[in-house]
Design a protein around this ligand. Structure first.
Ligand SMILES: [Zn+2]
Ligand SMILES: [Zn+2]
Length: 272
């Protein structure tokens, strides 16, 4: 079996996780993962108030401290890396240098979850088709902005808000037929900048499918994209590595022969 990789998971350094660092690493190892990157949230604003989130300034330092405290108890064949999910820079682009520069970081996921106009994608009512279309337009506009800012190694979970719509029985239809030009532009920007995307497997857990969808992964491949990481986006040890094996199979079915890992921000390619 191929080596399992998980380059997107959270511990209690993230506000929305209670998982102890060592518990998460241990659960990932038990699930078969041998390349693991902890990617705690580094959000520049509080998702409820949209006010500046002071704690973002210390996430990288706390990540280093957690790693140092745990490293002697990690099995030797586990490649454990330090990362972060750096998000909501649209509110504070002036912080991009400071937040992404700590030299011990191995990997940065570039994320976007909160709109200026309506707040968090998690909080929206997708049942009004006109509003759903507006949200999709805002999403693609801001994702292009994130791609252009180019501060990350890999763009996180493209199209992830489809999950919240699906909980309300709505398919947002983030399809190439409808939005192909804009999605292609985002992917071309990522590729031209030498960066990559992830296949986020959290949607496979609840039946929505991977983020991005297979057709977007195939488009990325056809445009020359090679850098793809795989992530469970687990926030609890019970979800550690869930569906990353399926994610790796999806990549293989889409024509990718490698999954990417990063050490000190440099990509390395592991055969699937
Ligand atoms: Zn995210
Ligand atoms: Zn995440």
């Amino acid at each position: 079996m191929a080596v399992l990789v998980d380059y997107h998971c959270h511990t209690d350094i993230s506000l929305d996780s209670h998982a102890k660092y060592l518990d998460m690493v241990t659960a990932e190892y038990a699930a078969g993962v041998r390349w693991l990157c902890i990617t705690d949230h580094c959000d520049t604003v509080d998702w409820r108030t949209l006010q500046f989130h002071q704690e973002c300034l210390t996430v990288a330092q706390r990540e280093l401290e957690a790693y140092e405290a745990a490293k002697d108890r990690i099995p030797r064949d586990m490649h454990l890396r330090m990362g972060m999910e750096l998000a909501e820079l649209i509110f504070h682009p002036e912080l991009v240098g400071e937040l992404s520069s700590p030299p011990w970081l191995d990997f940065i996921l570039g994320s976007y979850h909160i709109t200026r106009e309506h707040g968090d994608f998690h909080e929206q009512d997708y049942r009004d088709p006109a509003f759903c279309k507006e949200l999709t337009d805002i999403y693609l506009r801001d994702l292009q902005w994130v791609a252009d800012l180019n501060y990350f190694d890999v763009m996180a979970h493209i199209g992830y808000f489809r999950r919240y719509a699906s909980w309300q029985g709505v398919d947002t239809g983030l399809t190439l037929a409808e939005h192909g030009d804009r999605i292609e532009n985002i992917l071309k920007t990522v590729i031209q900048n030498g960066k990559g995307i992830e296949i986020n497997c959290s949607g496979l857990r609840d039946g929505v499918g991977p983020f991005p969808s297979e057709e977007i992964l195939r488009l990325y491949k056809s445009l020359g994209g090679e850098i793809v990481t795989v992530g469970s986006d687990a926030h609890r040890p019970e979800d550690a590595a869930k569906c990353v094996d399926i994610g790796q199979q999806v990549l293989s079915a889409c024509g990718f022969r490698y999954v990417t890992v990063f050490t000190k921000r440099k990509p390395e390619f592991i055969p699937i």
